[in-house]
Design a protein around this ligand. Structure first.
Ligand code: ZN
Ligand code: ZN
Ligand code: FE
Length: 756
């Protein structure tokens, strides 16, 4: 009799994995046992060799949907083991021996959704119904091992019925840590703020019913969800949406929507198969979908998509018995951190609403809704949070390396930690220019270190000297006497794609809005050759003086003025008249005196300038507004383009001809659609041309594209079209966002590549 030891790592605890292994073993007639181990499970099985391989294949192919198997291995044991007569689940080891990965929060499963509408089921109408296959996880886990007593469910003592489910191996709720029912679990409360103090006015069904009538009457209600509060209101009532815009200081930024079902979404958007799968899957993020009409224009003015999600908690399902469509936007003030603590929510959201549909279970980890978009079938993570965090990423080069803390970047905060071949990225933490987000960053880092038992030995930060994340990393390293390494921002973007695909040599195209360059300028339109560990800047967009610094990023007309001043000054009065832009002459004065030191090669700013030139957006009221509105005018099927020059001596992409071409088209009154499409295709062609040059120089044919500009689906699709049929292999981010929230993974990988 042979014995085999099977090791599986990943998210295989707290997801019904051991009962699944037991069922599978019984099916295969295999004897032995399964037990939880550090970062995974161990199976000891005694059978013939072929059978074991079939057994493993069955496990890999049919693992519970909520699990993530990161690695698997079989070892055949030579020495004799005891003879097994059954297949058993071994009791859990004590803490210290087990440090597992924990699952993300999982959307309500079909069976639970069914039970809450079944009058005869004891979970009928219960808003906190869950099972081993669904429910809150990351947001409620306080410490490991993942056991009820280590979650915010600990104060609820299971009733007999729940306990029976919890202890029955064959039950869907076996070891479902947040298991609860109306008899023993959390309950709803409607809280109203009266004279600045919160008062519970209704409980349970009455709280729910009152919420429904408030929403029907056009009120804004803050509703406590899985990872924080949402601000909810009727999406079709323009007055209340406008009111919410005003109160939330979001004049233009799109609001997320929740719809009852796919059919409802189809009234407003087209849905492709991959988008449908994502909408209905267990992660239930916000999915950006192409608008098919203007009915909801007030929800997402001037952009091409609407962000939709489907109900993902029992409470949502119950609400959507009464509604078809609601605004479901994060319960925070503009860019600030999400509210999770009830008392803070009442204070900080006080000017938005006095109604809070809350419940008496604490949210331990704040986590926002994730946002996903698709370029054809390619998934682009815009915001990585609920449902995706804390899923690990396998980085093979991490084996045998020190543990790393990578601080990420500031615009979209997200750090990463590694232990051997496991990379764990934090949830999206917001813009670290805001104090509430830096606090969130610190709390989340504390949590990740303790829950995953990480003790970083190396610290990596962006080379930006004034980033919060950089200074924080320095303090962190100093306190713990650790070495700090710095990696240039745009190189890190490229390394993040390399990490996902385990690449060593690539041609890198790094386009974003801003990042600190090696020469102290603001980079963002960069081409790199990464070869033999060296990363060399091959070319970049020509530099422009960044007059008015950060303000130029907020006000696209300033960038347009800089471009015109440099390349087509004759038309300034026509296109940027001083009557409309009174501060114009002051900037021209600075430009004439040549007094601006700071230069930028940013592709994001180039998009801003073009958006301003064709009068699509002159002021950004949210990050990315101008390029998103420019993209809305672009048609990915266009193939006309503007010319540009490549200055080989100085490795410069010179764009005066693009600016001249656009201005001529404006003066000829060509449509916005025409100019925007032509501009987008110009950039797609530029990427291809430069990659061809870099390939000729280096012999490398793998292309890595990263940076916030690659959230632009029209551009991505055009690039795919231009490259199709070529010998290049294109790589993009899929597991982390292409924006700055993906930087930490790149920081880690650059260190691992160099430290071999
Ligand atoms: Zn369930
Ligand atoms: Zn119960
Ligand atoms: Fe960036």
């Amino acid at each position: 009799m042979k014995h085999a030891e099977i090791l599986l790592t990943g998210i295989v605890q707290g997801v019904g994995f051991r009962p699944f292994v037991k069922r599978t073993a019984l099916h295969h007639g295999i004897k032995g046992y399964v037990e939880n181990r550090e970062f995974g499970v161990k199976i000891i099985a005694s059978v013939q060799k072929n059978d074991i391989e079939e057994f493993l294949l069955d496990i890999l192919n049919n693992a519970p949907a909520v699990s993530t198997i990161l690695t698997h291995s079989i070892k055949y044991l030579e020495h004799d083991l005891q003879k097994f007569t059954t297949f058993e689940i071994a009791p859990s080891k004590k803490k210290g021996e087990i440090s597992a990965l924990i699952p993300p929060d999982i959307a309500t499963c079909d069976k639970c959704a069914q039970e809450i509408i079944d009058k005869d089921d004891r979970h009928f109408s219960y808003p906190f119904t869950n099972c081993t296959n669904c429910g809150p996880r990351f947001s409620i886990i306080q410490s490991i091992p993942y056991d009820r007593k280590n979650t915010t469910m600990k104060k609820f003592i299971m009733c007999d019925d729940c306990n029976r489910e919890y202890t029955t191996v064959a039950d869907r709720r076996y070891h479902a840590q947040p298991n609860a029912c109306p008899k023993c679990g959390p309950e709803l409360r409607l809280i109203e703020v009266v004279d600045e103090s919160p008062v519970v006015t209704e409980r349970r069904e009455k709280a729910f019913d009152k919420t429904v009538s408030l929403l029907k009457n056009g009120e804004i209600v803050a509703i406590k969800g899985i990872g924080g509060y949402h601000l909810v209101c009727n999406a079709l009532k323009k007055e209340v949406v406008e009111k919410l815009r005003k109160l939330k200081y979001r004049p233009q930024k799109p609001f997320a929507l929740m719809a009852r079902d796919i059919e409802t979404i189809e009234d407003y958007c087209e849905i492709h198969e991959c988008e449908k799968e994502m909408l209905e899957g267990q992660q239930k993020p916000i999915v950006l979908l192409n608008k098919t009409n203007e009915i909801l224009e007030h929800i997402a003015p001037g952009v091409k998509d609407l962000g939709f999600m489907l109900p993902y908690t029992p409470l949502h399902y119950l609400l959507f018995k009464h509604f078809q469509l609601l605004v479901f936007t994060s319960g925070n003030i503009s860019e600030e951190a999400l509210e999770n603590k009830d008392d803070y929510a009442y204070q900080n959201l006080a000017n938005i609403t006095k109604y809070y549909l809350s419940y008496n279970r604490e949210i331990f980890n704040r986590i926002d809704d994730s946002i996903v978009t698709f370029a054809e079938t390619k998934q682009i993570l815009i915001r990585k949070a609920r449902g995706f965090v804390p899923k690990p990423i396998n980085i093979k080069k991490g084996d045998g390396k020190p543990q790393i803390f990578a601080a990420g970047a500031d615009m979209k905060g997200s750090f990463g930690l590694t232990k051997e071949n496991i990379f764990l990225g934090s949830q999206y933490l917001g813009d670290l220019a805001f104090a509430s987000n830096t606090k969130f960053y610190k709390e989340s880092l504390e949590y990740f270190q303790s829950i995953f038992e990480m003790k970083p030995e190396v610290v990596i930060a962006d080379s930006h000297p004034n980033y919060f994340s950089t200074r924080f990393a320095q303090d962190f390293a100093e306190e713990k006497e650790l070495p700090v390494h710095y990696i240039q921002h745009h190189k890190a973007h490229i390394y993040s794609v390399m990490a996902e695909n385990d690449l060593e040599n690539v041609l890198g195209v790094s386009f974003d809005g801003t990042g600190y360059g090696d020469d102290g300028n603001i980079w963002g339109g960069e081409f790199f050759i990464v070869k033999n560990i060296e990363c060399e800047r091959f070319a970049h967009l020509n530099y422009l003086p960044m007059v008015s610094g950060e303000r130029a990023a907020k006000e696209p007309w300033r960038m347009a003025l800089i471009y015109l001043f440099k390349y087509f000054p004759d038309v300034i009065d026509t296109i940027i008249p001083t009557a409309t832009f009174p501060q114009r002459d002051m900037i021209l004065h600075q430009l004439l005196n040549d007094s601006v030191r700071l230069q930028t090669s940013s592709m994001g700013r180039f998009f801003d300038a073009v958006a301003s030139l064709i009068d699509v957006c002159q002021y950004n009221s949210y990050e990315g507004e101008a390029p998103m509105k420019l993209e809305a005018f672009a048609d990915e099927k266009y193939s006309e383009y503007y010319h540009y020059d490549f200055n080989k001596q100085q490795s410069l992409i010179e764009v005066p001809l693009i600016i001249k071409g656009i201005v001529e088209d404006i003066l000829e009154e060509r449509s916005k659609k025409y100019i925007s499409s032509k501009f987008h295709f110009t950039i797609a062609k530029m990427v291809f041309d430069l990659c061809t040059k870099m390939k000729n120089e280096s012999g490398i044919d793998a292309v890595a594209l990263s940076g916030g500009v690659f959230q632009n689906v029209v551009l991505v699709n055009m690039i795919k079209r231009v490259f199709s049929g070529s010998s290049f292999k294109l790589f993009w981010n899929e597991k982390v966002p292409p924006n700055d929230a993906g930087i930490a993974l790149g920081q880690v990988y650059s260190f691992l590549l160099k430290s071999r």
